[in-house]
Ligand binder design. Structure first.
Ligand SMILES: [Zn+2]
Length: 365
C-alpha cells in the first residue's frame, strides 16, 4: 500500500511445528483515494472456486481505474490445499489407511480420505476458527496472524470466500444486520443472518474482522473439490458489483445487475426437511431457490428397476427450497435427507446512494 496506482505481489513465509509455508498477497493501490477491500480465499483446502474468482478479479482491476486499495489473498492455506483437506497439519486416520491396501494411488490422489474428521469448531487445524491468529502459535495460527497483519488489518471491508459441498445454493454469512445491504449488493441470493456469538463461532475471519471494526461477510460458492465455472463467473461479477457499490470502480455496462430475488434467513427460522423412504435416484422437479407452496411437487424418486418415478416429494411447508439431494450423490437411500425448505424473507437489492459513499462505510475507515 505504498505508491498510488500500483499493483504488486509479495509473499509472507511462516515456519512452525516443523512445517513451513508461504502465502502470496496482491496489493493493488488505486490512483484515487477510497476504501480498502480485503478478499481472502482458500482457508479450507478443498474449496477452490474462490482461488479462481480472485485470480480473475486481480487480472481485471487496473490501478488507474481503482479508487482505494484492493488486497487479495488467493490461497490463505496452501498446505491444506495441497492435501485437498479442510485443514493442515492433520491427524491421520491409521485405520482408514489400513483399509485401503494396495490402493496407494487413491491415497496419493485423495489423501484427505484418510484425514480424521473432527468437530469443525474444536478442530485445532481449522483456520477459520483461528482469527486473528497468534504470532507464536501453531502453523495455522501463525499463518492467520501473518495474513491479518498484512491484509485484514488494513481493510475497511473484508470478504472471505469459501465453498459448500453441492447440496446448497451459494450463500453469504454475516452477523451484523447493517452488513445486509453490502451482501445484497454482492448479489449472492441467500443471506444467512447469524446470531452473534451463537451461530457464528469466534475465530471465524468475518467475526474477528467485525470485532476489529471492519465490515465483513463470508461467501460460499458450490461445490467443494472441483471448480464450477458458472459459479466462478458469478463470483467475479459479484465481486465487481461490490466494488461498484463501494465506489471503488466505475459502473460497467457489461456487468450484470445483482439478482433481484434475494432472501435473508437464519438458523432459528422455521424449516422442514424431506427424507427418502426408499432407495432410488432423487430428481428435482423445480430448481433450488424456488418459492414453493405447501404440498407442491419438488422432486421425484426414480425406481431403478422400473426406470419410472415411484414417489413424488412434496414440500411440507410454504417457503424457499434450499437443499437438493446430496451432499455428494443423487442416489439416495431410505432415511437420507433429500430436500430442505425454509421460511425465508425476500429482500430488495439496495440502490447505491448517488454520488456518495454507501451508508455502511460512514465512519469506518
Ligand atoms: Zn470453508
Amino acid at each position: 500500500m505504498k505508491s498510488r496506482g500500483s499493483k504488486r505481489r509479495h509473499s509472507v513465509r511462516i515456519a512452525a511445528q516443523g512445517y513451513k509455508t508461504s502465502v502470496g498477497i496482491h496489493d493493488i493501490t488505486g490512483a484515487k483515494p477510497g476504501p480498502t477491500l480485503a478478499l481472502v480465499s482458500g482457508q479450507h483446502g478443498g474449496e477452490w472456486n474462490g482461488i479462481e474468482i480472485l485470480r480473475r478479479v486481480v487480472a481485471a482491476i487496473k490501478p488507474s481505474a481503482l479508487a482505494g486499495c484492493l488486497i487479495v489473498v488467493p490461497c490463505a492455506n496452501p498446505e491444506a490445499t495441497k492435501l485437498m483437506n479442510e485443514g493442515f497439519p492433520v491427524d491421520w486416520d491409521i485405520e482408514a489407511l489400513r483399509e485401503t491396501p494396495g490402493d496407494s494411488h487413491s491415497l496419493l490422489r485423495y489423501p484427505w480420505a484418510a484425514c480424521k474428521t473432527v468437530n469443525r469448531d474444536n478442530d485445532p487445524y481449522n483456520m477459520n476458527r483461528k482469527w486473528p491468529g497468534k504470532p507464536d502459535g501453531t502453523l495455522v495460527q501463525q499463518t492467520a496472524h501473518a495474513i491479518w497483519a498484512k491484509a485484514v488489518a488494513h481493510a475497511d471491508y473484508v470478504v472471505d470466500f469459501h465453498c459448500y459441498s453441492d447440496f446448497w445454493p451459494h450463500g453469504a454469512y454475516l452477523h451484523r444486520k447493517q452488513v445486509v445491504p453490502l451482501a445484497a449488493a454482492f448479489g449472492i441470493g441467500l443471506i444467512w443472518h447469524l446470531r452473534k456469538g451463537e451461530d457464528d463461532p469466534a475465530g471465524m475471519l468475518h467475526v474477528a474482522a467485525e470485532r476489529a471494526g471492519k465490515t465483513a461477510f463470508t461467501v460460499e460458492f458450490t461445490p467443494q473439490r472441483r471448480l464450477d465455472y458458472g459459479e466462478v463467473a458469478f463470483g467475479v461479477e459479484a465481486t465487481l458489483r461490490l466494488m461498484v457499490y463501494l465506489n471503488m470502480i466505475e459502473e460497467q455496462a457489461t456487468l450484470p445487475a445483482a439478482p433481484d430475488r434475494q432472501y435473508i434467513v437464519n438458523w432459528q427460522q422455521k424449516t422442514a426437511y424431506v427424507k427418502a423412504d426408499a432407495m432410488g435416484l432423487a430428481v428435482m422437479s423445480v430448481p433450488l431457490m424456488s418459492e414453493v407452496e405447501k404440498g407442491e411437487e419438488i422432486g421425484r424418486l426414480v425406481d431403478l428397476n422400473r426406470g419410472a418415478s415411484s414417489h413424488i416429494f412434496r414440500s411440507p411447508m410454504k417457503g424457499l427450497l434450499i437443499r437438493r439431494p446430496g451432499p455428494r450423490y443423487d442416489i439416495v437411500h431410505r432415511g437420507d435427507t433429500v430436500f430442505q425448505v425454509i421460511d425465508a424473507k425476500r429482500i430488495s437489492v439496495p440502490k447505491r446512494p448517488a454520488g456518495g459513499k454507501p451508508a455502511e462505510s460512514a465512519g469506518r475507515s
